[in-house]
Write a protein that binds this ligand. Structure first.
Ligand SMILES: Cc1ncc(COP(=O)(O)O)c(C=O)c1O
Length: 312
């Protein structure tokens, strides 16, 4: 497996430092028990060549929700992380869309110890991310034999690094079966989400997505799509449980997430969705969403924060 070249710099505990100097001991909580919470944020190159971050405040709010839910603490505030993100992107002088990963971790302090006495750290990684062709051509999914955890089993609302190990076997299974992505059901046999995105189905003109109680991350893109459906299509997204069988009956099906953006799903378990092509509603929402992200149409929802607005 070829290793991509790492970025030159990383923001590590309050300052920019060369990539190879950002180290944490193997006996840290971060290394031994995966004690971290993180976010995945996109910074889009705009039509005019400038850069703007998508939903920065909401991502940082969710990061600190994860900190609170796991009863962690942080040595850095949300404002300090925003400034760190700006400093890092400017220093790396990237010239295409950027993916940013702020992470808060526990260096020392086993769970069960008084969490305020633990030692915390934070880092931010940023790198260029080319346009994913899946967004235009669509992908093939399989329903996993593995389940998404529920609220009482490491809540899906907590975006913790260790929790993502639960997606390792589903994605390996999906790839072995020849699919691009796994769809996970929850303990009640209803559709939850994929290993990195929420699911929307279109059936008989209705647009439906699983509720938060189905065992999903409180996806920021999901809430954007709900707003877009209202403003662009004049419809209300129905938030309700979806059965596995309903997936096969969908006229259209798409995934939504920061990384996935809006990715059409063309088949599930080798059964074509609708006519097996990207559907009209999916296409309309995808184009509208990406046009706002890339500054092609005006951002009347207030999703974007120009990079130039973040003080350094
Ligand atoms: C498991 C999971 N579900 C859903 C999402 C989509 O969330 P968002 O739209 O906030 O990126 C992600 C991505 O972060 C994810 O990892």
């Amino acid at each position: 497996m070829s290793k991509p070249d790492p970025p030159q710099y990383i923001w590590f505990n309050g300052k920019l430092c060369p990539w190879h100097e950002a180290t944490v001991h193997v006996w840290s909580e971060l290394a031994t028990r995966g004690a971290n919470v993180f976010e995945g944020i996109r910074c889009y190159k705009q039509k005019d060549g400038s850069f703007a971050l998508l939903s920065l405040d909401r991502h940082l709010a969710r990061l600190f929700d994860s900190v609170r839910l796991l009863r962690m603490s942080s040595s850095y505030t949300s404002d300090q992380l925003s400034i760190g993100i700006a400093e890092l992107i400017h220093t790396l002088s990237l010239n295409q869309h950027v993916y940013i990963r702020p992470t808060i971790y526990i260096e020392y302090g086993r769970y069960g110890d008084i969490y305020k006495d633990a030692e915390y750290g934070a880092y931010i990684v940023a790198f260029s991310i080319p346009r994913n062709t899946d967004v235009t051509k669509g992908i093939r999914c399989g329903v996993s034999s593995w389940r998404r955890s529920g609220d009482l089993m490491m809540s899906p609302l907590i975006k913790a690094g260790a929790a993502y190990q639960a997606f390792r076997l589903p994605i390996i299974e999906a790839r072995r079966q020849g699919y691009d992505e796994a769809i996970l059901l929850n303990a009640n046999d209803y559709v939850a989400e994929t290993t990195g995105s929420t699911i929307f189905i279109v059936r008989r003109g209705e647009i439906i997505t699983p509720p938060l109680s189905a065992g999903i991350l409180e996806s920021i893109t999901r809430s954007h799509i709900i707003k877009l459906v209202e403003s662009k299509l004049g419809k209300t997204v129905i938030e309700r449980d979806i059965t596995r069988t309903e997936l096969y009956l969908a006229d259209e099906l798409f995934l939504a997430g920061t990384l996935a953006e809006l990715t059409p799903v063309l088949s599930i378990d080798d059964q074509p969705i609708g006519n097996g092509q990207v559907g009209l509603i999916t296409e309309t929402l995808r184009t509208t969403y990406l046009d706002i992200c890339e500054g092609i149409t005006s951002d009347h929802f207030g999703w974007m924060t120009p990079l130039s607005q973040l003080s350094r």
